[in-house]
Ligand binder design. Structure first.
Ligand code: NAD
Length: 466
């Protein structure tokens, strides 16, 4: 943390005043200019961003560029390109009862927003929502995670160099700072983080009746069916599980593999993992676990499973925050690995005979953020999709739906409320305001006093509209 702690209440008041002054003047060109400034400062800091990610997470340059740098620029460019259409008021037809009026829906800025970001994609999960927030014409206070301090300090510098403090300000800090921010009557809170903290955020928002978008996490399953292309599945599951060392909200958490292909698939998966990362824990291509506490949490999850009878299929080793790929069989529901979001490079492998048991297990748990299905027959995938729910579904792929900016990105209940990315992100930060104009509404003939003529019309209307 480079910056001294600001007076948060004074900052909020100034931002609210700035917002009120800007309200009418923050149109298409001003918003585009703000997005351009954001893109420019991101581009100018490319090297600093990859360096900060190397310092905070030991993240390989390829992953730093693909996940944080390019995802952020894509979000900004997409918003810039489509903003005119998103902002355009949408006319709606009158209904029978409102004949004689014209109406439209306009996306109005919510106002002063709070964005709270996690550490696992420190830049994209702070600056991506900020792009949506600015596109929608709002001001924001942004709080990055304290667990990636170099990235947090860089974000604070980048924003301070780019925007007036009454438009965007970064407030660095931990839980205590977040709590202080959450006490303020923001117009919208956009939170990305764990379901446990999501509950705290929603409870705090309830006190001010502030609207929320909650981008949470949970346990996302992956299924490898009997007819899957095993090479394709091994490729994508290796990528999905071990990118960022499994520290992604949509990383496959655990795997269901059909008994008929278990042996062949595990052989293919082990070989693919070895090709990507070798067999030691210190691969240059494997991101570090964010801090000693999270590394200890992962060791404890593995130890708990082993104590209760699970067996390693692949044990990639661990030295401090470097944790190699692990595949574990024989996990049971009482183990912590089965109950908690793993958020690391450890994949429990469960073998199944009947897809019903997998569907029942998915439906018995919290609604996942993502569900991945590897099958060759489209009908098999459709059957699983129809009988389950999740924030998103990927068929014969993992993770990459995250980058599809024409899809909303979000969870269901415990995995999230509301959605982000592209137009969904713009809408999250907008109030859909209904505007109706009287052209020649006939309603005044029904105004009181309710004499016989009005009552005849009321009964006529009852027959027509009822
Ligand atoms: P976290 O919930 O611990 O922290 C997120 C943010 O909340 C941080 O800025 C932190 O300072 C703040 N915070 C912590 N305690 C708080 C409190 N009591 N009150 C208010 N704010 C508080 O999450 P994390 O460990 O940074 O990130 C990992 C989690 O985030 C995982 O569950 C993951 O699945 C989820 N996640 C979700 C998405 C998504 O887009 N859905 C993306 C990334 C991560």
């Amino acid at each position: 943390m480079d910056n001294p702690r600001p007076d948060i209440a004074a900052l909020f008041t100034a931002m609210k005043a700035g917002n009120d002054a800007r309200r009418a003047g923050f149109g298409l060109s001003e918003r585009r200019a703000a997005l351009d400034r954001l893109a420019k400062v991101v581009r100018r800091n490319e090297a600093a961003i990859t360096a900060a990610l190397a310092t905070d997470l030991g993240r390989p340059e390829a992953e730093a560029i693909l996940m944080d740098y390019l995802n952020t620029l894509q979000e900004i460019r997409h918003a810039r390109r489509h903003l005119r259409r998103w902002m355009k008021p949408r006319r709606v037809w009158p209904t029978l009862a409102t004949f004689g009026s014209s109406a439209h829906i306009e996306a109005q800025p919510r106002g002063t927003c709070l964005i709270i970001a996690p550490w696992n994609l420190p830049f994209h999960l702070a600056l991506g929502p900020l792009a949506s927030c600015l596109a929608a014409g709002n001001a924001a206070i942004l709080k990055p995670s304290e667990l990636t301090p170099t990235s947090s300090a860089l974000i604070a510098r980048m924003i301070a160099d780019t925007f007036p403090p009454d438009l965007v300000t970064v407030v660095e800090g931990d839980k205590a700072v977040a709590e202080e921010l959450l006490a303020l009557p923001f117009d919208h809170i956009f939170f990305t983080g764990s379901p446990a903290v999501g509950r705290i955020v929603m409870a705090a928002a309830a006190r001010n009746l502030t609207s929320v978008t909650l981008e949470l996490g949970g346990k996302s399953p992956v299924i490898v069916g009997p007819g899957a292309d095993l090479k394709q599945a091994a490729d994508w599951i290796t990528f999905g599980k071990f990118l960022n060392a499994g520290q992604n909200c949509i990383s496959p958490d655990h795997l269901y593999v059909h008994a008929s292909v278990r042996g062949a698939f595990l052989t293919a998966l082990r070989a693919r993992i070895a090709r990507a990362y070798g067999t030691a824990e210190a691969s240059p291509y494997l991101t570090r676990i964010v801090n000693p506490a999270h590394a200890a949490r992962l060791s404890a999850l593995i130890a708990d499973a082993m104590d209760k009878g699970a067996t390693p299929v692949l044990a990639g080793g661990q030295s401090g925050q470097l944790v190699g790929p692990h595949l574990i069989e024989g996990t049971t529901p009482d183990m912590r690995l089965s109950r908690e979001e793993i958020f690391g490079p450890v994949l429990p492998v469960l073998t199944y005979d009947r897809i019903e048991t997998v569907i029942d297990a998915i439906n018995a748990g919290d609604k996942p953020l993502a569900l991945y299905i590897f099958v060759r027959d489209a009908a098999g995938a459709d059957e699983i999709i129809r009988r389950t729910t999740s924030g998103a579904v990927g068929v014969n792929l993992t993770l990459v739906h995250y980058t599809h900016l024409n899809l909303p990105f979000g969870g269901v209940n415990s995995s999230g409320i509301g959605a982000a990315h592209g137009e969904a992100g713009f809408r999250a930060f907008s109030h859909e305001r209904a505007v109706m104009r009287n052209r020649f509404l006939l309603l005044p003939i029904l105004f009181p006093p309710y004499g016989p003529r009005v009552m005849r019309l009321v009964h006529l209307l009852k027959r027509v509209l009822g």
